[in-house]
Design a protein around this ligand. Structure first.
Ligand SMILES: NC(=O)c1ccc[n+]([C@@H]2O[C@H](COP(=O)([O-])OP(=O)(O)OC[C@H]3O[C@@H](n4cnc5c(N)ncnc54)[C@H](O)[C@@H]3O)[C@@H](O)[C@H]2O)c1
Ligand SMILES: O=C(O)C(=O)C[C@@H](O)[C@H](O)[C@H](O)COP(=O)(O)O
Ligand SMILES: [Zn+2]
Length: 367
C-alpha cells in the first residue's frame, strides 16, 4: 500500500492507494474514528453497486457499523439537484445525525454528489471517498464537491474535504474501455501541468496503461494523486495556483453542458479542451511541440481531439461565459507554456478561444 497526505493543517487527510484495500475498509474506518453509534450511509451507482456494494456493507455490518445505502442511476445525469434531494431524503429517513459519515463508493459522479450531500446535510457531516474509476484519482482528492445545473457544469457546490481516500486499484479491473481512456485524460493532465518527465513516462507506457497493467497503473495513479495533493495543499480554495488543475476544462465543461450531460464523458471533453488550450498556448508563443505532444498523447490514448462538427459554436461560447473562471467580464484560462508547465491567463481573448473552437471542429484525429 502507498500512502500520501493532503496537507491542510488540522484537516489533513491520507490517501491510501493499493490492491485489495476495499477489504480493509472497516479497519481503516475504525482507525479514522468513524462512529459506530450513528448511522453511516454509502452512496453508489447502479453499476458499482452490482459488484462492490454488497461485500462492503457486509464487512462494515460485521464490524458493528450501522450501515444504510442508496444506489443512484449510473452516469452524469445523477449529478443533479433532484438526485441530490433523494440522497438527503434517504439520509433523513435513515436517521443520519451530526456524527454520521457519508461514504462515496464509485467514480467522480458519486464522489461529487455524495460529497455535496455531506457538505450540505446538517451544514456538514463527515465524508469518505472510495473511488472506483481511474478518473476518480482526481475527483476523490481536494474536496471540490458539486452537482450540475442544465446550463452550467458543477455550478452548485462546495469545498468539503474527505476524512480519508481509500483507493483500491483492484476495482479498476472491471472498468469498461471507454472509462479507462476517459480516466487517463486526467492522468495526462497532471503530467501536462506539472511534470514533463511524467508526460514522457505516460507516452512510453500508454499501451500498458490501456491494458490496465497493475504496476503501471499503480504508479500513474500514485503520481497523479501526488500532483493533485501537492497543488491542493498549497491552495485549497483556488485563490490562485489551484486553477491550473482546470487545464482544458473551460472548453471541456462547455462541451459537456452543450452536448447534454453524459454524451461526452468528462475525460473526453477535457481531452478536446486540452488540445484546444495547447493550440492557444502555441499561438501565444509556446513551442509547437506543446501542441504536437498533447495531440499525439490523446490520440494514442484513443480519446477525441476535435469537436463534433454539429456542436454550435455560439452555444459553446455562451456556456464558457457561465464558467466559474469567468470573472468581472474576463475569461481566466489555463495556457500551456511548455510540456509540464502552464500559466494562468487572467484576461484571455474570447476571439482567440472562438477561433480555436472553430479549428477544433475541423480536427479529425488523423495524423
Ligand atoms: N471533484 C473534482 O475535483 C473532480 C475532478 C475530476 C472530475 N470530476 C467529476 O467526475 C465526474 C466523472 O467521473 P467518472 O469519470 O469517474 O464518471 P462516473 O462516476 O460516471 O463513472 C464512469 C462510469 O463507470 C462506471 N463505474 C465506476 N466504477 C466502476 C468499476 N470499478 N467497474 C465498472 N464500472 C464502473 C460508472 O457506473 C459509470 O457508468 C464528472 O462529473 C466530473 O465533473 C470531479
Ligand atoms: O480540483 C480541481 O481544482 C480541479 O479543477 C479538478 C478538475 O479535474 C475537476 O474536473 C473539477 O471538478 C473542476 O472544477 P471546477 O471548479 O471547474 O468545477
Ligand atoms: Zn476534471
Amino acid at each position: 500500500m502507498r500512502e500520501l497526505t493532503v496537507d491542510l493543517g488540522d484537516r489533513s487527510y491520507p490517501i491510501y492507494i493499493g490492491e485489495g484495500l476495499l477489504h480493509r475498509a472497516a479497519e481503516l474506518f475504525a482507525k479514522h474514528g468513524v462512529s459506530l453509534k450513528s448511522p453511516l450511509m454509502i452512496v453508489s451507482d447502479a453499476n458499482v453497486a452490482d459488484t462492490y456494494l454488497g461485500p462492503l456493507e457486509e464487512q462494515l455490518r460485521s464490524a458493528g457499523y450501522l450501515t444504510v445505502s442508496i444506489t443512484v442511476p449510473s452516469g452524469e445525469s445523477s449529478k443533479s439537484l433532484s438526485v441530490f434531494e433523494s440522497v438527503i431524503t434517504k439520509a433523513l429517513e435513515a436517521g443520519l445525525d451530526r456524527h454520521s459519515t457519508i461514504v462515496a463508493l464509485g467514480g467522480g459522479v458519486v464522489g461529487d454528489l455524495a460529497g455535496y450531500a455531506a457538505a450540505a446535510y446538517m451544514r456538514g457531516i463527515r465524508f469518505i471517498q472510495i473511488p472506483t474509476t481511474i478518473l476518480a484519482h482526481d475527483s476523490s482528492v481536494g474536496g471540490k464537491v458539486a452537482v450540475n445545473h442544465p446550463l452550467a457544469k458543477n455550478i452548485i457546490g462546495a469545498f468539503h474535504q474527505p476524512e480519508i481516500v481509500l483507493y483500491d486499484l483492484q476495482t479498476l479491473q472491471t472498468l469498461p474501455g471507454r472509462e479507462v481512456r476517459s480516466g487517463l485524460a486526467e492522468v495526462i493532465k497532471h503530467g501536462l501541468i506539472w511534470d514533463a518527465g511524467f508526460v514522457s513516462w505516460i507516452e512510453e507506457n500508454m499501451a500498458k496503461l490501456l491494458s490496465l497493467d497493475p504496476e503501471s497503473l499503480g504508479y500513474a495513479l500514485y503520481k497523479g494523486c501526488s500532483v493533485k495533493a501537492e497543488v491542493v495543499s498549497k491552495d485549497e480554495r483556488e485563490q490562485d495556483l489551484r486553477a491550473i488543475l482546470n487545464l482544458g476544462h473551460t472548453i471541456g465543461h462547455a462541451l459537456e453542458a452543450v452536448a447534454g450531460y453524459g454524451e461526452l464523458t468528462h475525460g473526453e471533453a477535457i481531452a478536446i479542451g486540452m488540445v484546444g488550450s495547447a493550440r492557444i498556448g502555441v499561438e501565444l508563443g509556446a513551442p509547437e511541440e506543446v501542441y504536437e505532444v498533447t495531440r499525439r498523447l490523446f490520440i494514442s490514448c484513443g480519446l477525441p481531439v476535435g469537436i463534433p462538427a454539429h456542436y454550435d459554436t455560439d452555444a459553446i461560447m455562451s456556456a464558457m461565459m457561465r464558467d466559474k473562471k469567468f470573472k468581472e467580464g474576463r475569461m481566466v484560462f489555463v495556457v500551456p507554456t511548455a510540456i509540464g508547465r502552464v500559466e494562468i491567463d487572467k484576461n484571455m481573448s474570447a476571439d482567440l478561444v472562438r477561433r480555436t473552437v472553430e479549428q477544433l471542429k475541423g480536427e479529425t484525429g488523423q495524423a
